[in-house]
Design a protein. Structure first.
Length: 217
């Protein structure tokens, strides 16, 4: 069976929570949706050096709660919490641009979660593979190193797929690498998934990573 469904998306609502949690009427839904997209895209780019993996958004009547998961919390918090204040100003600026007016009574609350084991985060593993490939490290070496680190960190399995002009090939092809067990059709299993493009000299190469993690006992 082909991999047509995002392994994280199909588990949301049953085994995983939604990334955005709020209710809205038909008049404000559009603005809230665009705000979520812009905030998430902006923070994923702005906090890349902090090893950000996800942004969860909760909306209350007069407040906005952002739960940011990173591997290096100190980079986000900054000295004396200055980094948190910068993030709040950045988020309010995004909201002002979307709504076209200054929001005076909206409170933004930032909560920082630390990634317990960065080697078991599919997003961080995919980004590391991309950065190494963009530094012209051979793709097989980059992937094999990533697989070894993930399996040594206690994962039950990992699968990596590269698609595009892999290795500078003249024609598009797909290369798959796998270690351990990755049961993508078993919904009860804890499967982390991420995909990100690598911009290489010959064009884009898509990188997809599945990591099978041990469930909580």
């Amino acid at each position: 069976m082909g991999q047509k469904v995002n392994p994280v998306g199909i588990r949301i609502g049953s085994f995983l929570p939604w990334k955005s949690r709020w209710f809205s009427d038909s008049q404000t839904f559009k603005d809230f949706l665009i705000e979520d997209i812009r905030i998430r895209e902006g923070l994923m780019e702005r906090l890349k050096l902090a090893g950000i993996t996800s942004v969860e958004i909760e909306r209350l009547p007069k407040s906005l709660v952002l739960v940011i998961t990173v591997s290096r919390p100190g980079v986000v918090i900054g000295r004396g919490g200055a980094g948190i204040e910068d993030v709040k100003k950045y988020v309010l600026d995004i909201i002002r641009k979307v709504r076209g007016k200054i929001i005076r009574d909206l409170k933004v609350d930032i909560r920082i979660n630390e990634v317990k084991n960065p080697e078991l985060s599919a997003y961080l593993v995919a980004n590391r593979i991309v950065s190494e490939m963009e530094r012209r490290i051979p793709h097989r070496r980059a992937v094999q190193k990533a697989i070894e680190r993930v399996m040594a960190s206690g994962a039950l399995g990992i699968k990596v797929t590269l698609s595009g002009r892999v290795g500078g090939a003249e024609i598009h092809r797909v290369e798959k690498f796998k270690a351990g067990s990755v049961p993508t059709q078993t919904l009860r299993e804890d499967i982390d998934y991420a995909e990100t493009p690598a911009l290489l000299k010959r064009g884009y190469v898509g990188v997809k990573v599945w990591i099978h993690k041990k469930g909580e006992e």
